[in-house]
Design a protein around this ligand. Structure first.
Ligand SMILES: C=CC1=C(C)c2cc3[nH]c(cc4nc(cc5[nH]c(cc1n2)c(C)c5CCC(=O)O)C(CCC(=O)O)=C4C)c(C)c3C=C
Ligand SMILES: [Fe+2]
Length: 459
């Protein structure tokens, strides 16, 4: 059976007319996040004399910020395509789902501060409004409330901020009736070695940007807003990276820390049925008949579910494997990601191909065979991972791997069956340890004037 491969990533237009930010292919992180807009950037404001006052900069709280680069009348040096890229915040879906994965990512899990349910709900609503306003401002290149200035000289750099709800949020806020069925806790898998303190959580915020300072600036603003609100406290943080835009001569699919080209056969937004795989359908729209959602979950229409897995790679073992073994484990060539059945990266994998001796060319336990939609009743997810490296463990091994993120309309029809199958017989599994896990309901995007999750908290 010849399988359909997705088209190669097309270079993003320098200026996108609306909506999509820098294109919608998470497998194409090397393209600058390009949607220069007519909006006034932080840097332009400074250079045209708006200065510190217009930016509401922090002055006198330890590190005075004066906007010293602001000189009235001075023309700003143009930002590079990377710096000036703007991803729109408002829209049907939240940003950071179909946005190509950026060079830097921070994933934050929060717990609500215990309080009687009505108070916790009110406090959560206020925090979500504050996070929404912050995200919209920072993503547009404007300063946040009492801005720290960390991102002062940069453009928004394709910044995205994405917000979600965990299973326990609904207990804490007395909203159990409105908890989606698809948000029930993930089952245990035999290979799990999960650290519960770095898993789960009431609330989730994901920050991505192509500049490290811009990403940190947003991460800190989000965490400080939670702290100051008294509504939520940080439970865990996982930080990761991808290759920087422009690091390769032309846009290419990213590699992971095992050296494999990773993301080739991701679904593309232009594929038929893409939205049905990734986003929760409208109750009366196409795809609703396949949905298990109840009327109480209508607030999730246009939203998506994200599974996060922190997967450590046993790199000392992996790097001992001969190249041919490494390629057999995946079913693709390491150099260019082409299937072992021939062709180039985007050539469809032929799962039926046999050697002269009659053995399958793609092994029965090869990762691409076991995980493919064709082997899982069509189960399809949008993968959007970051690599991570957090130093070395006591045994000297790198604490490094993949912050695996996948997006789907229903995790029980995508991640869960596929991970069950991988758990039973994937040639890659012996080189992996799943160390943290979480599932979040990511509501639809907010319209102007609304906040993310308003449909749940006030609907
Ligand atoms: C449960 C879902 C998946 C987990 C967990 C997972 C972990 C994981 N994968 C790689 C490396 C590669 N994965 C590739 C393809 C691929 N992986 C999944 C799912 C999970 N992977 C799917 C659905 C697919 C696509 C299969 C297909 O349709 O062909 C590839 C091949 C290139 C590609 O298409 O992206 C690589 C390489 C690692 C290293 C990893 C955990 C650390
Ligand atoms: Fe995979």
């Amino acid at each position: 059976m010849a399988r359909r491969n997705r088209r190669p990533a097309a270079p993003a237009p320098a200026t996108a007319p609306s909506g999509a930010g820098r294109g919608t292919d998470p497998a194409a992180p090397q393209q600058p996040a390009g949607t220069p807009t007519g909006g006034v950037s932080r840097r332009a404001l400074l250079a045209t004399g708006g200065g510190a006052a217009a930016l509401g900069l922090v002055v006198g709280t330890g590190g005075a910020l004066t906007g010293a680069r602001a000189v009235a009348g001075e023309r700003p040096t143009p930002l590079s395509a990377v710096g000036e890229a703007v991803v729109p915040f408002h829209g049907r879906h939240q940003p950071g789902i179909t946005t190509p994965a950026q060079a830097h990512g921070h994933l934050l899990g929060f717990d609500l501060v215990p309080a009687p349910a009505p108070d916790a709900r009110r406090a959560a609503g206020a925090l979500l409004r504050r996070w929404t306003e912050l995200a919209a401002a920072l993503m547009a290149g404007e300063p946040g409330e009492r801005d720290t200035g960390v991102a002062l000289d940069a453009g928004p750099s394709g910044l995205t901020v994405t917000i979600g709800f965990g299973h326990s949020f609904f207990d804490a806020t007395g909203l159990v009736e409105r908890r989606p069925r698809a948000l029930r806790p993930l089952p245990d898998f035999s290979a799990d070695a999960l650290d519960r303190e770095r898993s789960d959580g009431d609330l989730w915020v994901a920050v991505g940007a192509d500049d490290a300072l811009v990403a940190f600036h947003a991460l800190r603003a989000v965490q400080r807003a939670a702290d100051e609100s008294g509504a939520a406290r940080l439970r865990w943080q996982h930080s990761g990276f991808n290759r920087a835009p422009g690091a390769t001569a032309s846009p290419m699919t990213a590699r992971n820390l095992m050296g494999q080209v990773d993301g080739t056969n991701n679904p593309r937004e232009a594929d038929e049925g893409f939205a049905g795989h990734v986003f929760v359908p409208d109750p009366d729209g196409p795809g609703a008949e396949r949905s298990t959602a109840r009327a109480e979950e209508a607030w999730m229409a246009g939203g998506s579910y994200v599974v996060m897995r922190r997967i450590r790679m046993l790199l000392d073992q992996w790097e001992q494997e001969p190249l041919a073994e490494q390629e057999a484990v995946i079913g693709r060539r390491k150099a260019d990601g082409a299937p072992l059945t021939g062709g180039e990266e985007t050539t469809p994998v032929d799962l039926d191909a046999r050697t002269a001796e009659g053995a399958p060319v793609i092994a029965a336990n090869a990762h691409v065979r076991v995980s493919a939609p064709e082997s899982n009743d069509g189960a399809t997810m949008l993968r959007r991972p970051f690599s991570y490296h957090d130093g070395f463990r006591d045994d000297g091994a790198p604490d490094a791997g993949l912050l695996f993120l996948c997006w789907q309309a229903d995790p029980y029809r995508a991640f869960v069956p596929v991970q069950r199958k991988l758990d039973r017989g994937d040639a890659l599994s012996p080189f992996l340890r799943h160390e943290a896990s979480a599932l979040f309901a990511v509501p639809p995007g907010a319209a102007k004037g609304e906040y993310v999750g308003q449909g749940l908290l006030e609907g």
